[in-house]
Design a protein around this ligand. Structure first.
Ligand code: ZN
Length: 353
């Protein structure tokens, strides 16, 4: 995950550390009449929640008619789900008012998220395959308890392999992230994720990956041009690039629209560099780098040459402008001693690896 540029989670909870809270919540739901005990466990009665089916966008009646008929005649409705499962011999168990057993998956999640994030937390995410029944059932428990749950839900599309095929073990088309990192720049996968809307499927194929790699090449090349330009004193970044980017991101996280704006700005920055409009090109480039940095994509051109080394180049340019050639030569020697090559260009000192 760190290779992909993902930040580590703040909390990595273990369900086993929250069993007491889970038992408490199940007991509360039983006391409220929203759950009932059977010979094999404790079940949640979905009829206890008026808007059950809200996330699935289906009514209780239509969910009921589509429900798989299970061999479990102990449940009152086929949609009712287990909050607590009584332990069968040799299964792991914890003590509860209903005897030894273990919590149901939906209960684990609702208890941990409410305990760690608090009531009415901002955002609950997950794959589209979790909308029903898992997230519907997490929400149902919170509603029955009278606790505000997630204020927003965001469900992401699945990763697809060649030709829209869902990636799955049984189809033998699974590409692991480790495989992918061996084949291409890890940033390429991050860019593919950004270029697909979060609700849409992400197509990961040799073609989409190589397109992403060449797009990153354009970003890196532009960042290299900024580093070479030197002498552009202003640190200003283009506010229009940033505003347009933010506007797209604020529209339901339109990352494909937002990245398209950045690639268009890359094109315009190159045009400005070609036209020797260095200050304009530099502010466009800084706008691009700032926005890509905000979504965890760093250009390589800048990272390769440390800021301190670039600063020596800037000092050399100032010394040359003041015709202080002794200082300029000393600075050149200092940069070379640090392992970099120094070239003189029309726009000043260019430092390369
Ligand atoms: Zn969950």
């Amino acid at each position: 995950m760190s290779t992909l540029g993902c930040l580590p989670p703040t909390q990595v909870p273990h369900a086993t550390a929250f069993i007491e809270e889970m038992v408490e919540i199940v007991a509360e739901l039983v006391a409220l009449g929203s759950a009932y005990e059977t010979s094999d466990g404790v079940y949640f009665a979905v009829s206890a929640v008026d808007d059950y089916g809200l996330l699935a966008h289906q009514s209780l009646a239509s969910l009921r008619s589509g429900a798989r008929v299970e061999v479990n005649d102990k449940k009152r409705s086929p949609l009712d789900f287990a909050l607590w499962k009584k332990a069968k011999p040799a299964e792991p168990w914890w003590a509860s008012p209903w005897g030894p057993g273990r919590p149901g998956w939906h209960t684990e999640c609702v208890v941990m998220s409410l305990a760690l994030l608090g009531e009415g937390f901002d955002l609950h995410g997950g794959g589209q395959d979790l909308v029903f029944p898992h997230h519907e059932n997490e929400r149902a428990q919170a509603v029955a308890l009278g606790k505000p749950f997630a204020r927003r839900w965001m469900h992401n599309g699945m990763v697809e392999a060649r030709g829209g095929e869902k990636m799955s073990k049984s189809l033998g088309n699974v590409l692991t992230l480790s495989d992918l990192f061996e084949q291409s720049d890890p940033r390429a996968y991050r860019l593919l994720v950004l270029q697909s809307h979060y609700r849409a499927p992400i197509e990961v194929t040799a073609t989409t990956l190589s397109d992403a790699v060449s797009a990153l090449g354009r970003l890196d090349a532009l960042s290299g041009r900024l580093a070479e330009a030197g002498g552009v004193d202003s640190e200003r970044s283009d506010p229009e690039v940033r505003d347009a980017f933010v506007e797209r991101m604020q529209d339901d996280l339109d990352t494909p629209g937002a990245t398209a704006i950045l690639f268009d700005a890359i094109r315009r920055a190159n045009v400005a560099f070609d036209a020797r409009e260095a200050p304009r090109a530099a502010e466009l480039t800084r706008g691009v780098l700032e926005c890509f940095g905000a979504v965890g994509l760093e250009a390589k051109g800048v990272a390769e040459i440390p800021e301190a080394v670039l600063e020596l180049g800037h000092r050399r340019d100032r010394a040359r402008a003041e015709r202080d050639f002794a200082t300029a030569d000393a600075l050149r020697a200092e940069i070379v001693a640090l392992g970099y090559a120094v070239e003189d260009t029309s726009s000043g000192t260019r430092i390369r690896r």
